[in-house]
Design a binder for this molecule. Structure first.
Ligand code: ARG
Ligand code: ZN
Length: 875
């Protein structure tokens, strides 16, 4: 059943001390937990309630003692989810021995084995798979952890905090004791035991303390840790400079593991990472991977304050730590690289994926009010939209005001488990502002829509913006109250001047929209201006204004806001492609609006332009984003229209594309830095267009780049161009290059993930048959989440044309795998289900097919994870 935020109550007991002892033995791990409990006086004063601990049916209970006295089975109650003990004093100690089988744990929650090593994932509710406990984030305790294991097989034994004792036993085993001086909830517990090597560095904090930094991997990956280490040190410095936050332990460790459900985890002092989010070397990782690593290393490090020192009261407050920390990591990346480009990437992702979530059956507020399985709420809404909420507060109170607010928040709540209100209240109190209406961003689901109209009164030189807001209904929320929306705008004169609009003559101002409908008046406007709206994407809304294509071209050239220059370009391309979609549906002949071609030509020929911006602008809107723009998604027509545009652009602009490509294709040593990344990106975008042409010479260009590449960015881009190349000759080449690539990189799991996705995420090669064949390939491993995501996930989420094949075979394939996977790893199964949940958005025939598959899944015995997604999708 569902649990509700409104039912939140403090726990009956607190746990002051948690003493764990792990005896890691193949096929039988014993965990002894000694816990010191104290009655929560605020809740009970007359009678002592029984102690109800969370647990899991996969654990065996070997022993229970209360205050040293062993309980008989008659004295306690054990269910598949709880262990209930009778209690007779307001302070007591329990000793519980649980027996686990980590080698059989395929869920990747709790204690499990990845490759040869033991590791843990406890957020959100994995700790209850290790021992019976009050597994809720408001129960914060001091932990010590003793780990004993075979010394030869597991020379490295790690847990949170500092290592305070170690030793060896006669039988070839050894042990270490770790002590964490900070109170923490159980979800931040971690343990690692394995045959690992590490790179080590140090960081001196602003107050002069030396911190040891270590990154652990299997020995063959030791050469791929430098970038993560550099990113870690930069993050530590940045958090001191921008937030005044210093690291608080003597040691900070990162461990890379191959089998991991998510990206990474911020366990206190011992972050555990999916190896794909930490390992990089120029020849094995693309620029995108380098940047993702920088962001995730920072994200997990920043959690030490926004998440660990100040944590969540309950899981409904997840965005308290995740929204804030995503905001922090994205500002970090903006400071390390190009701010505008980072903003474009983030918004592009939000609008194509989070907006879709908001429009689907799993739509939920940034702070959900109920859930069946919390793992299903590690969503784009909680993370990315949550970060947008924090960004809006940042924009409303300003940079300095935000710092005052965050200082107050950390000072007030250090060592506490708190709520989203507490965060917003600190911002209010530090700045003397009222954010009560703003709180609706946390409680109301759905993407708000701003409809903007304008008028100009030439006689009075008065310009008026008329703004109407609305928000579509979402499950359980029929009516919405108006949001408090910061709307960044500028006005451009017909000559292309960005006019003063702010009180002090600034050319950008933030309008605070609070009403369902509201007018903003601008006086002394000599001529009718053109508005530049939602500058910097100042709020996570859809904005409608009736721009003509000329208006958009004008803004592309003259808008001083870089984000809006890109957005105008996207609007122009979206508008053009959707027109072609209608032509395809009406079986009209297709022809490409020459204005798009000329705009692209201008971008290609502008030698002074910022290369990163040009690269972003030349990238057509994704099929996902285009789908979101249609009332009934026409998968085939969208694909065809977009491909048509790519082909036409390539034909018309083959000269400037070639000359730009050749200008950028110069050999230089690899550096994962903004300027070089931009050059590679732009070069490879040109190559992508050029391989749309049925010209052998263009194929040779790609093949040459593939063969000569000294970094993975260029090698992978070339491979992708050939695999997705438009013509028969490319298809023939593609298999040869794929197999050469395989032979070169078959020993590298993370590179092989890319090899799998590149050949199934495009419509040309990526047939369902190819996916099925690759599932039989030795590099594929059904138990490994990265492999599942790279093959099945890539096909179903990116290769829209093939997945949505009218035969329904793509849907049946996904459903078969969900049913199989649910028994192995419910979290991954529930996540991979996403494409089927969007069934209502398609044509009648697909609606029938997709719904049928959901019903077929529903007929099985399901995990809570998959059950929740399927039942909400069909509701
Ligand atoms: N807190 C982690 C992060 O944001 C994510 C862990 C999520 N784990 C899960 N099983 N849902 O980096
Ligand atoms: Zn996080």
């Amino acid at each position: 059943g569902a649990i509700y935020l409104k039912d939140y109550q403090e726990p009956d007991y607190w746990i002051d001390k948690t003493d764990l002892s792990f005896d890691l033995v193949e096929n039988e791990t014993r965990v002894t937990a000694r816990l010191q409990f104290r009655l929560n006086q605020d809740r009970h004063n007359s009678q002592l309630p029984p102690l109800v601990l969370h647990g899991n049916a996969d654990m065996k209970l070997d022993l229970v003692k209360v205050d040293g006295v062993e309980l008989t089975p008659e004295q306690y109650t054990l269910t598949s989810e709880t262990l209930t003990l009778p209690i007779s004093s307001d302070r007591f100690e329990t000793e519980i021995v649980s027996v686990l089988a980590p080698q059989d744990n395929t869920s990747m929650e709790g204690l499990y084995k990845s490759g040869g090593m033991y590791c843990t994932q406890c957020e959100a509710e994995g700790f209850r798979r290790i021992t019976w406990y009050l597994d809720r984030p408001d129960v914060m305790s001091l932990f010590t952890t003793r780990i004993t294991a075979d010394k030869a097989k597991y020379p490295v034994l790690l847990s949170n905090g500092n290592c305070i004792e170690q030793g060896e036993t006669e039988d070839g085993r050894h042990w270490k004791v770790w002590e964490d001086p900070f109170k923490k909830p159980a979800y931040l517990f971690a343990l690692v035991a394995g045959n690992l090597v590490s790179v080590e560095d140090t960081f001196t904090t602003q107050s002069g303390r030396d911190v040891t930094l270590q990154i652990f991997t299997e020995s063959h990956n030791i050469t791929k840790c430098d970038h993560a280490m550099r990113s870690l040190k930069q993050s530590m410095r940045w958090d001191e400079e921008v937030y005044g936050r210093e690291y608080d332990l003597d040691i900070f460790m990162i461990v890379a593991v191959d089998d991991f459900n998510m990206g990474a985890m911020e366990n206190k002092g011992l972050n555990i990472f999916n190896s794909s989010c930490v390992l990089a070397r120029a020849d094995t990782a693309t620029d995108a991977t380098f940047q993702r690593i920088e962001a995730i290393v920072a994200h997990e490090y920043f959690h030490n304050w926004s998440g660990n020192r100040v944590t969540c009261r309950d899981w409904f407050q997840l965005s308290l730590k995740e929204g804030f920390t995503v905001f922090r990591d994205s500002e970090f990346s903006a400071d390390m690289n190009s701010r505008t480009v980072k903003r474009i990437e983030d918004v592009n992702h939000l609008r194509s994926a989070q907006f879709a979530e908001d429009a689907g059956p799993m739509a939920h507020p940034v702070r959900p009010s109920s859930f069946i399985e919390i793992s299903n709420f590690y969503t784009l809404t909680v993370y990315e939209k949550g970060a947008e909420i924090v960004r809006m507060i940042h924009n409303l109170v300003g940079k300095d005001g935000f710092r005052k607010g965050s200082d107050l928040y950390f000072e007030r709540h250090d060592g506490q488990a708190v709520t989203c209100e507490d965060f917003v209240r600190a911002m209010e109190d530090a700045n003397g502002v009222d954010l009560s209406q703003f709180m609706r961003w946390y409680t109301q689901a759905g993407t708000p829509v701003l409809d903007v109209a304008d008028s100009y009164d030439a006689d009075n030189k008065r310009y008026v913006l008329e703004i109407t807001q609305s928000c579509p209904t979402t499950p359980g929320q029929e009516e919405k109250e108006p949001f408090h929306i910061p709307l960044g705008i500028g006005l451009l004169s017909p000559a292309g001047v960005n006019l003063p609009v702010g009180d002090k003559g600034e050319t950008t101002t933030v309008l605070e929209v609070r009403e369902a409908s509201q007018q903003f008046v601008f006086e002394n406007m000599a001529e009718r201006p053109l508005p530049s709206l939602l500058r910097g994407f100042s709020a996570p809304v859809r904005l409608n204004y009736d721009y003509s294509r000329e208006d958009l071209l004008f803004l592309m050239r003259h808008d001083e806001d870089g984000f809006n220059r890109w957005d105008s370009c996207q609007r122009l391309a979206t508008d053009t492609i959707l027109d072609l979609v209608r032509d395809i549906q009406a079986a009209n002949p297709l022809s490409l609006d020459s204005r798009l071609i000329e705009a692209w030509r201008e971008l290609l020929e502008d030698e002074t332009a910022d290369k990163a911006m040009v690269a972003e602008m030349l990238s057509l809107p994704s099929e996902q984003w285009l789908s979101e723009q249609m009332a009934v998604i026409d998968v085939y027509a969208i694909h065809e229209a977009r491909e048509f545009v790519r082909g036409e652009l390539a034909k018309s602009l083959s000269e400037p594309l070639q000359s730009l490509y050749r200008g950028l294709a110069v050999e230089k040593p690899y550096k994962p830095e903004a300027e070089d990344i931009a050059e590679r990106q732009l070069k490879n975008i040109c190559l992508g267009y050029l391989t749309e042409l049925d010209t052998p010479a263009m194929l040779v260009l790609a093949e040459t780049q593939f063969n000569n590449a000294t970094n993975m960015t260029d090698q992978m881009a070339a491979l992708s161009c050939v695999v997705n190349g438009a013509h028969q000759s490319a298809l023939e080449k593609a298999d040869a290059l794929l197999s050469a690539f395989h032979d070169q990189w078959k020993g590298d799991a993370n590179v092989m993930d890319m090899w799998l996705s590149v050949q199934v995420s495009g419509a040309r090669m990526g047939s369902l048959e190819r996916v099925k064949k690759l599932m039989e390939h030795p590099v594929f491993d059904y138990r490994n989440p990265n492999k599942l995501r790279s093959l099945i996930g890539a096909f179903c989420m990116r290769n829209l044309k093939r997945f949505h094949d009218l035969s329904g075979e793509g849907y049946a394939f996904l459903a078969d795998n969900i049913i199989r996977l649910d028994k192995q790893n419910p979290q991954i199964a529930a996540r991979m289900l996403t494409p089927l949940t969007r069934w209502r958005r398609y044509d009648e025939q697909r609606v029938g097919l997709m719904k049928g598959e959901l019903e077929r899944i529903q007929a099985n015995e399901l995990s809570k994870d998959v059950f929740e997604v399927v039942s909400k999708s069909l509701a």
